[in-house]
Design a protein around this ligand. Structure first.
Ligand code: SAH
Ligand code: SF4
Ligand code: F3S
Length: 447
């Protein structure tokens, strides 16, 4: 590669989960320490970071087509951008990307991006660099302090996964489970609040497995961390995601009944309703143990909104087994959920299992599942009509004077009124659609 000048502007494109979005923000902050600023809306950036996701099919193909598009547009404009590939595809296929895409200057994995500035220095000299090391926790210590924040901020507290569900790449792309230290998290939370956050979502691939030692040296789990973060002045709401049913302890369930700032919302993926399929997925829970667990959360917090993730068409899933997923959905009544067609991931045990399901069967199952989930989401929203709740104002709506925010149950609520982004306001929920509710502003809530 030819030496070039240091980029002046950057754009980070994040394609994955919330942790991937968090990583994208932090990469932006790192670049800012070098005086590189976000490219203005509509303008080409000098440096583009493709922050990729490997969870389902076509991730890698998408990266190559993005690279192609960027170089073509750059050539047309007379200046090709510097390209970095980050995220989970970088981790899984870094060397291949370097070999196949000469336009890429840097490949950096999700645990190594704190080294981005040095890699950038080398890239400016014309040297291509790959870094997919996984130094436990080193990244966070090397990242700059948080100086800006959106009202609803993300905070990664735990990374990696030791669960090895047979379909999933995360244990390979993100490595073993590690918990960030308690003090670092309290500190980052305070910085986020100082920078304008009113809500913080604690993130981890398996967030309820977080453990640490509190300020007094006592062993604490996620519930203890939430309890202490609830004491941070100016922080109004705490959420956490994503949990695995095996790691939900009594303290966390109780926290939902006791800590007012902990929102009445639980995202707890189940994946399937058939015990045979769950076993083949290596999920370590049954449909019944999952339902019983949800009951305990409902007892602790009767208005809790439930969310889940589903995979249809796991290898060997029969029609009758799929029906059990629908039965479980009926039993729960989810407020929202994500559902996916099974996607064979290279290197995972399920990819080579017998009984891979035909695409048209998966399509049909996904349609039926989504119809049931949409029905329940709409019903949940309908049941909220007339309720009064706080809404955190996150952005402007489509029309002048209109605002969009989230209810405590994570519903999108739009309303009109004299408010500002970051305000926490009292709203009466009105007409409910499948994906959002109209609200009426009652009065601002004092901070
Ligand atoms: N750690 C989280 C998130 C994992 S990825 C968890 O355990 O829930 C988010 C969702 O993607 C998973 O819950 C699963 O529903 C889905 N997913 C993961 N691997 C998949 C695959 N190979 N094919 C289809 N969906 C998948
Ligand atoms: Fe993947 Fe399972 Fe770990 Fe979630 S718990 S990240 S689905 S291996
Ligand atoms: Fe995707 Fe990696 Fe997140 S594979 S879902 S970006 S952990």
């Amino acid at each position: 590669m030819k030496p070039t000048t240091t980029p002046r502007t950057y754009r980070v494109k994040s394609f994955g989960c919330q942790m991937n979005v968090y990583d994208g923000e932090r990469m932006g902050e790192l670049l800012a320490t070098r005086g590189i600023v976000p490219a203005p809306e509509g303008e080409e950036a000098d440096l583009v970071v493709l922050n990729t996701c490997h969870i389902r099919e076509k991730a890698a193909e998408k990266v190559y087509s993005d690279i192609g598009r960027l170089t073509k547009a750059g050539r047309a404009a007379g200046k090709e951008p510097m390209i970095a590939v980050a995220g989970c595809v970088a981790q899984a296929e870094g060397e291949e990307i370097m070999a196949r895409a000469p336009a890429v200057s840097m490949v950096v994995g999700p645990q190594a991006y704190h080294r981005l500035p040095e890699m950038l220095d080398r890239a400016v000299q014309g040297e291509r660099a790959t870094d997919t090391d996984m130094p436990a926790n080193a990244k966070f210590a090397a990242l700059p302090q948080r100086r800006s924040s959106v009202p609803a901020a993300f905070l990664t507290v735990q990374e990696g996964c030791d669960k090895f569900c047979t379909y999933c790449v995360v244990p390979y792309t993100r490595g073993a489970e590690i918990s960030r230290p308690y003090a670092a998290l309290v500190d980052e939370a305070k910085k986020l609040v100082d920078a304008g956050a009113r809500e913080i979502t604690l993130l981890g691939q398996n967030v309820s497995a977080w453990s640490g030692e509190d300020a007094k040296g006592r062993a604490v789990g996620l519930a203890g961390l939430i309890r202490d973060l609830a004491e941070v002045d100016g922080l109004s709401r705490i959420r956490y995601t994503t949990s695995h049913p095996a790691d939900m302890d009594e303290a966390l369930i109780a926290a939902h009944g006791e800590i007012e700032k902990l929102t009445p919302f639980l995202h707890l993926p189940v994946q399937a309703g058939s015990d045979r399929v769950l076993k083949a997925m290596n999920r370590s829970h049954t449909a019944d143990s999952y339902l019983k667990l949800l009951d305990r959360f409902r007892t602790a917090r009767p208005d809790i909104a439930l969310s889940g993730d589903f995979i249809v068409g796991f290898p060997g899933e029969t029609d009758a087994e799929f029906e059990e997923t629908l039965k479980l959905v009926d039993a729960v009544g989810y407020a929202q959920a994500f559902s996916f067609k099974y996607s064979p991931r290279p290197g995972t045990p399920a990819a080579t299992m017998d009984g891979q399901i035909a695409p048209e069967v998966m399509d049909e199952r996904l349609q039926r599942l989504q119809a049931a989930l949409n029905r329940d989401q709409h019903a949940f929203n309908k049941a909220s009509e007339g309720r009064t709740c706080t809404v955190l104002v996150e952005r402007k709506g489509k029309h002048p004077g209109q605002w969009l925010g989230k209810s405590p149950w994570l519903q999108s609520v739009w309303f009109e009124g004299d408010v500002a982004i970051g305000d926490l306001v009292e709203v009466r929920l009105g007409e409910a659609g499948p994906n959002s509710l109209a609200g009426k502003l009652l009065e601002p809530v004092p901070a």
